[in-house]
Design a protein around this ligand. Sequence first.
Ligand code: HEM
Length: 256
Amino acid sequence: MENVIEAFTGVTPQGKKSRTPAKLDVMLTASGVILALFMIGHMLFVSTILLGKDVMYTVTKMFELEFLFEGGIPAVVSVIVFAITVIFIVHAILGARKFPTSYRAYIRIREHSKMMHHKDTSMWMFQWISGLIMMFAGLVHLFIMFTQPQNIGPFASAYRVVENHMWLLYVVLLICVEIHGSVGLYRAAMKWGWFDGENPKQTRANLMKMKKILSYVFMTLGVVTLAAYIKIGLDHNIAPGEKYQPNTNTIEILKD
Ligand code: HEM
């Protein structure tokens, strides 16, 4: 009962202001930062296809710990996917606290946002709309990666993108994740004052610039990478389940 009273009044049974909302906010930021850093690494890994099929193949095998176990163990990737999925779900649940809980609440926020013409408020609206989309689209992607870790590679990925029409899901995810990630980092830096200096206006302008650069760079990288997978899928007549056969000479050079 005490918990119910605390949740509804924001005051503890001892009459102190509840710290729970602040703790949940810290957890929201922490999980968001972990996911943002993961996504930067993820985009760099996926985009190795731009350096050639053999490079992407080598990096994939590295994640499967091929340097320790002959042929690699794809299940290692499932373990990583599971860990990311847990953080993803925790972040989504914590973020859901900020969603408008009724149509009336949504309209009120939307009208407020229009009236204020305040960029940060409009960005906040994009945050929960893109978050909602990602909760569904992201989990579809994570489920496939968890259950089919053996189907990651130059041909298997290109086959999925083209023949399984995953490009459609990736276009939506890409737009949401790049903007959600950069806006999230910007808002977290503003909220917790990570880079606060003498001049708050200048700090805000600098952070906004960083946010834009991050969005443009990763969005461009994502689009070019997706185009590369589509090209491989269209150029090669990949059979279902067909794996890329690496050029052994190139692989030796890459390993050295
Ligand atoms: C450990 C977890 C993850 C793994 C192992 C993984 C792996 C991959 C792989 C191998 C691809 C290349 C295409 C394919 O094979 O289907 C890909 C593409 C993509 N993934 Fe993930 N992914 C993970 C988590 C996520 C998350 C959490 C998101 C965002 C919510 C995400 C968003 C995307 C997007 C947008 C693309 C398209 C890339 C592009 O257009 O350049 N992934 N992922």
